[in-house]
Design a protein around this ligand. Structure first.
Ligand code: CMP
Length: 154
C-alpha cells in the first residue's frame, strides 16, 4: 500500500466518518452498491490514509496489496503508452480493485492530484469481505471489467 514518505497520516476510520459515510455517501459511487449492514462490516477493517499532492498510491506493474475509496480529494490514473490520463477519480470513487479481483499486477498508476484522504482496505480483508458479499463482488467485478475494456483501447 505504498507506505512511502508521501503518506501524511494513517489511522483507523473514526466513528464520525462512519456516520458521515452512512448518512451522506451511500448514494455515491462505490458506497451505493453496499447495503448498510455490508458497509458496517467493511469500515472497521479500513485505514484512513492522507496523502500529499503528487503521491503515487498504486504503480503500474506492482503487485496489488490493497484497494482504496476516496474520502476527500482526487487522483489521476495513467498508463504507459497513453498520451492522456485514463481517468480522474474523486470523492466516493474507488480504485485498486482490479489487481485484487483479477489476481494481476496493478493495471495502471494512480497518483494524487491534490492532498487526498482515502480509506484503504488491505487485500486479505478485501478477500474476506468478498467471500461473504456476493452482491458487492458482482457489482465490483462488473465495474472492473468495464475499466479493463477501457484500458485495452489504447
Ligand atoms: P489496479 O489495477 O489494482 O490498480 C490501478 C487502478 O486504476 C485499477 O486497479 C483501477 O482501480 C484503476 N483503473 C484502471 N483503469 C481504469 C479506468 N479505465 N477507469 C477508472 N479507473 C481505472
Amino acid at each position: 500500500m505504498n507506505t512511502g514518505s508521501s503518506i501524511l497520516d494513517a489511522r483507523p476510520v473514526a466513528s464520525e466518518e462512519i456516520s458521515w459515510i452512512e448518512e451522506g455517501m451511500r448514494g455515491v459511487g462505490f458506497f451505493s452498491t453496499l447495503a448498510r449492514a455490508q458497509l458496517r462490516e467493511v469500515l472497521p477493517y479500513m485505514l484512513m490514509l492522507r496523502y500529499a499532492k503528487g503521491a503515487l498510491i498504486c504503480v503500474e506493474g506492482d503487485p496489488g496489496d490493497a484497494m482504496y475509496l476516496i474520502y476527500h480529494g482526487g487522483v489521476v490514473i495513467t498508463k504507459k503508452g497513453w498520451r492522456e490520463p485514463v481517468a480522474r477519480l474523486k470523492d466516493g470513487d474507488f480504485f485498486g480493485e482490479m489487481a485484487l479481483l483479477f489476481g494481476e499486477p496493478r493495471s495502471a498508476t494512480v497518483a494524487t492530484d491534490e492532498e487526498t484522504e482515502v480509506f484503504c482496505l488491505a487485500a486479505e480483508d478485501f478477500r474476506r469481505i468478498v467471500a461473504r458479499s456476493p452482491d458487492m463482488t458482482l457489482t465490483l467485478r462488473a465495474l472492473a471489467e468495464t475499466r479493463r475494456r477501457e484500458l485495452a483501447q489504447s
